[in-house]
Design a protein around this ligand. Structure first.
Ligand SMILES: Cc1cc2nc3c(=O)[nH]c(=O)nc-3n(C[C@H](O)[C@H](O)[C@H](O)COP(=O)(O)O)c2cc1C
Length: 190
């Protein structure tokens, strides 16, 4: 059956943010996997797109306009997101566009957080060095989603990223690929 133009429109946008992508084992690997997923997935490598931190708000908002699923892919740094993703959030999720009067652009889309941490699961346990369960660091993400009408999906987290061997990395990549398929729905499969 002939494919319609609508089927080539990206329904998933992966916002990947890593200040040193060339050194990354986890984020870079998942970014490459997303890029292989098909034309319905638009992968945006923020540090490659905006090395000068001068974010093109209109281009970023346009990229999100037709998306059904937005993925934030990054290493956890100081219990949160890398600075360029924070700036992206400040610029792109603008008043009157993402929230406030007339700010409906993101309403009904899904947001999926995919992150890795150097800390192990035990480090995020009750007696661990980080002092709190990892979920305690997520409310700013969840509330940003809620305020803008994004549907919050269960995050995918790889703890102990530095110690992850090839099998663990591959298993995490596979879980990511399954999640991408499940949450975005491959429009080519219609
Ligand atoms: C500046 C900086 C801050 C970091 N902060 C944290 C942190 O708060 N919690 C944590 O568990 N790991 C932290 N890490 C470790 C990273 O999360 C880890 O190196 C990363 O998830 C590995 O993924 P990658 O292979 O994509 O680089 C930090 C690393 C850097 C460079």
């Amino acid at each position: 059956m002939a494919r319609t133009a609508a089927r080539t429109v990206a329904s998933t946008v992966v916002i990947a943010a890593h200040p040193q992508m060339a050194q990354s084992r986890v984020t870079a690997r998942l970014m490459r996997r997303a890029a292989r997923a098909g034309a319905h997935v638009d992968v945006r490598d923020l540090y490659a797109l905006y090395p000068d931190y001068w974010i093109d708000r209109a281009a970023e908002q346009a990229a999100l306009a037709d998306a059904e699923l937005i993925v934030w892919l990054h290493p956890v740094q100081w219990y949160g997101m890398p600075p360029l993703l924070k700036l992206w959030l400040d610029e792109v999720f603008a008043y009157g566009w993402a929230y406030g009067p007339g700010g409906e652009a993101l309403r009904g889309k899904a947001l999926w957080l995919v992150v890795s941490t150097g800390g192990t699961a035990d480090n995020y346990g009750a007696t661990g060095i980080h002092g709190r369960p990892f979920a305690d660091f997520l409310p700013p993400y969840e509330r940003s989603a809620a305020l803008t009408g994004l549907r919050w999906c269960d995050p995918l987290v790889l703890h102990g990223a530095h110690r992850a061997d090839e099998a663990a990395l591959q298993a995490f990549e596979d879980r990511f690929a399954v999640g991408l398929d499940r949450l975005s729905g491959d429009p080519r499969g219609d």
